[in-house]
Design a protein. Structure first.
Length: 471
């Protein structure tokens, strides 16, 4: 196990060639993955040369290499952070015991469920985004979309490695299942709700990478604390890649906001739509949608599964090692909102059962920082409008507030059906947004509804030829 990544058929830093059985199993899975990629990956761009980053090492400084590559030739592989000798479990009921290099029998089902659930989100998002290339607002954005897509494919490899290496026949079956489910499919949908929502235009894509990929960051962060060492090491490297996805989302929405306020200032009625842009109210609606479906991904507020995973030392809190003093999370309580007889009440819950909510708190805070940056752009343009995260009670399908309907401020409402179109994208909004979506595939050009980025990728200018169409 080194930082260096081998140059084999499956690039890896886990000495794959030293484990012939596993190597064979993964080499059998590889063509199935490629078939899936060709069928469900970016539609219409498989022959393009894309300026992509590829992992060549897991060293923090020099892990990424940029060059043109056709997506089906991307070097998907297995990259784990190096093993830290003497690492011990640092939370839950087994504090101080050495971390596990194999799956403990009693944790097999729990770990398998966590890995499959995480793994399922990776190909799902590629499927959700597969047609977006046809309407990319610039070559820079087109390239970023494909970068996100190939890395989600890479994350699927990361999870499939764990399944095939540590879970025997069950793991091999799960690895096939990950290629068989389809986002939005009636009969065999992806596991989690947000990953079955269509992401069929770029406003949704940027909201998805801002809010839904950020859920991924927090899940990976919690799993990177794991006492199951291979899972921890895998997730630590995935987080390095994941940061770019959220950059794409946050700056994508930020650039839309930037253009919107510019267009508003040009218009006698501050009407961005009249100038061919996206109005702030509509941006707010898509924010409401993607933020609320992403909140659901953290699970119910009170969760015995979360308690079990923490007790077992399998899934910690975000930055468990450095941010907390009591790593047993025993003897403390968490005060949260719940619904009781149609009323919102405060309730104290034993900390371990509240860990979904604790992770959601960190996520909400992180989302708020992004929204603050967007609002700064609006404020500096002298426009009176603030984007806001809706209440956690708004538009929930999971947890205590799934049974009621609340407005974005969190007030219980009885006229949801009549009013939801004010708060969430309605059919007319969808038609309008889609009417703006036309491909701009010329270097240096950009669609009307979004501002160009401040900087290009890897020191290249915005006008760089990020995607070369085949002759
Ligand atoms: Fe991912
Ligand atoms: Fe991601």
């Amino acid at each position: 196990m080194t930082a260096h990544i081998s140059d084999e058929r499956i690039p890896n830093n886990v000495d794959l060639s030293g484990d012939k059985r596993l190597q064979r199993a993964l080499e059998q899975w590889q063509p199935h993955f490629l078939d899936w990629w060709k069928e469900m990956g970016p539609e219409g761009f498989q022959g393009d040369d894309v300026y992509l980053r590829t992992a060549i090492s897991v060293e923090p400084g020099g892990w990424a290499h940029f060059d043109y590559v056709k997506m089906p030739d991307y070097r998907w592989g297995i990259f784990l952070e190096p093993k830290e000798e003497g690492r011990t479990i640092h939370f839950g009921d087994h504090i101080g015991q050495p971390v596990w290099d194999e799956v403990p029998g009693e944790l097999r089902n729990l770990l398998r469920r966590l890995i499959v659930t995480q793994g399922d989100t990776e190909p799902a998002s590629v499927e959700q985004q597969r047609r977006l290339g046809h309407t990319a607002p610039s070559l820079y954005d087109l390239r970023n979309l494909f970068q996100v897509n190939v890395e989600e494919g890479r994350h699927l490899w990361a999870m499939v490695y764990l399944l095939q290496r540590y879970f025997g026949r069950d793991g091999r079956e799960e690895a096939e299942g990950l290629l068989e489910r389809r986002s939005g499919d009636q009969d065999r949908p992806r596991i989690l709700g947000a990953f079955n929502e269509p992401t069929n235009h770029w406003l949704s894509f940027f909201m998805f990478t801002m809010f839904t990929d950020r859920d991924g960051k927090y899940q990976l962060s919690a799993l990177s604390e794991s006492g199951f060492d291979p899972l921890s090491r895998t997730c630590r490297f995935m987080l390095t890649e994941e940061a770019h996805h959220m950059f794409v989302g946050e700056t994508g929405v930020g650039r839309i906001v930037e253009r919107t306020v510019e267009l508003m200032k040009k218009d006698p009625n501050e009407d961005a739509r009249a100038q061919g842009g996206i109005d702030l109210q509509t941006i707010q609606k898509y924010l409401n949608l993607w933020y609320s479906v992403s909140l659901d991904l953290f699970g119910g507020e009170v969760s015995s599964n979360a308690a079990e995973a923490f007790a077992a030392g399998v899934k910690g809190r975000h930055k468990e090692a450095t941010r907390f003093e009591d790593h047993t999370a025993l003897g403390s309580v968490y005060s949260m909102e719940e619904l009781e007889g149609g009323k919102v009440v405060k309730r104290e819950v034993p900390m371990r059962n509240a860990l979904n909510e604790v992770l959601r708190d960190d996520y909400v805070e992180d989302c708020q920082r992004g929204v603050d940056r967007w609002n700064k752009t609006i404020r500096e343009a002298g426009i009176q409008f603030e984007l806001a995260l809706p209440s956690r009670r708004f538009h929930r399908a999971i947890g205590s507030f799934a049974e009621v309907r609340c407005d974005p401020s969190g007030n219980l409402v009885t006229d949801w059906d009549a009013r939801q179109g004010e708060w969430l994208p309605n059919a007319e909004d969808e038609v309008y947004i889609k009417s703006l979506m036309h491909a701009v595939h010329e270097p240096g050009k950009i669609a009307q509804w979004i501002a160009p980025p401040r900087k290009g990728i890897n020191g290249q200018p915005f006008a760089f030829d990020y995607v070369r169409r085949p002759e």
